[in-house]
Design a protein around this ligand. Structure first.
Ligand code: ADP
Ligand code: MG
Length: 320
């Protein structure tokens, strides 16, 4: 199978048809119609074998992850993802691998109604770069810089599961047999919180997706906003699997410092808790109140006795 047949069968023929796409895969570039009065929102994220996913990660999970991490960025902006491009670098054109990659990719793409409009295919070490394009009613982006003193800090879903899954897959953590699949799934198939992010754009003051760990990512909000934060350790949302699998101390450490969860951390004025509750009910994705924005520039994590917890590892920081 040559490159063009492969692109046609596993990418062009698999993507959605969308009337906003004037010209999709097949020409030198794509042409898209952007709705009037909306802004274009663009992000790109690259994942590299052995760095952003384990060398034995199934192809379908790699396809899912490459898109999911970008949809998560869109969610954290309150934007609606609509189109994407795919730059795929592979050591060889293994058709079985490509078929599985395509299946994982398009399951998620269909779920979020995003259309593949172009890409590039090259030979080299396995690397997947996806760019997502989305739209936003011009004034409504959810920025990192909007947190205000007195805001409540919330996070979606549960924290630390992906970190536990990664540690388990690396043989660094033992979990009960009945939860192995759960943790592996939470690491391999992150669920971008797109609808929650979209609904939050009307309500939240700031937001970020948790890719590197709660503390590391919340720090981006506090720095961009010129504020500090206070986190209540015992309010961090932990899954039942987490609570039943490892000690509370280890679970909370993972919740604070491990990455790959792709939940959204956001801040909202303290009088809007009812709006957050309504969004959680509408989406089925829980939103948990974990702390407050305070003055200063520190992130202070306290246990239930009011004692400050020191975190000596602040999640995964690239190039540090
Ligand atoms: P060019 O030489 O003009 O860059 P390419 O041969 O790279 O063209 O690509 C031909 C067409 O196939 C383009 O429309 C491009 O967007 C699309 N394409 C190439 N690789 C991919 C891919 N991995 N996924 C989706 N579309 C792709
Ligand atoms: Mg090209």
């Amino acid at each position: 199978m040559n490159e063009f047949e492969m692109i046609k069968q596993y990418f062009q023929d698999k993507t959605l048809k969308d009337s906003s796409v004037v010209l999709g895969i097949g020409d030198d570039a794509a042409i898209l119609n952007i709705p009037q009065n909306e802004s274009l929102v663009v992000c790109v994220d690259t994942i590299v074998k052995g760095i952003h996913f384990l060398t034995d990660t199934p192809a379908a999970a790699i396809g899912h992850r490459a898109l999911a991490v970008n949809l998560s960025d869109m969610a954290a902006m309150g934007a609606t993802p609509q189109w994407f491009t795919l730059a795929l670098t592979m050591p060889d054109a293994n058709e079985e691998w490509i078929a599985e990659f395509s299946r994982g990719l398009f399951e998620l793409a269909k779920h979020h109604q995003v259309t593949l409009v172009g890409g590039d295919t090259t030979q080299g070490p396995l690397t997947v770069s996806i760019q997502v394009l989305g739209t936003l009613a011009s004034h409504k982006g959810l920025l990192r810089s909007g947190a205000k003193v007195g805001d409540s800090i919330f996070v979606t879903g549960s924290l630390g599961d992906a970190g536990a899954g990664l540690a388990m897959l690396q043989d660094k953590l033992e979990v009960p047999l009945k939860y192995k699949e759960y943790f592996q799934h939470r690491y391999e198939y992150p669920e971008p919180r797109v609808i929650t992010g979209f609904l939050l754009r009307e309500v939240a003051n700031s937001a970020i997706d948790v890719s590197d760990g709660l503390i590391a990512d919340l720090r981006h909000i506090t720095q961009a906003s010129g504020v500090g934060a206070h986190i209540q350790l015992d309010s961090l949302p932990l899954s039942d699997a987490m609570k039943e699998s490892i000690t509370l101390e280890n679970a909370l450490y993972l919740a604070l410092a491990s990455g790959d969860d792709y939940e959204i951390c956001f801040t909202v004025s303290a009088d809007r808790h009812a709006d957050i509750q309504a969004i959680a009910e509408k989406t089925g994705v829980p939103c948990t109140h974990i702390g407050e924005i305070v003055s200063g520039n520190e992130i202070d994590v306290q246990d239930k006795n009011g004692k400050t917890i020191l975190i000596n590892h602040q999640g995964w920081e690239h190039f540090s």
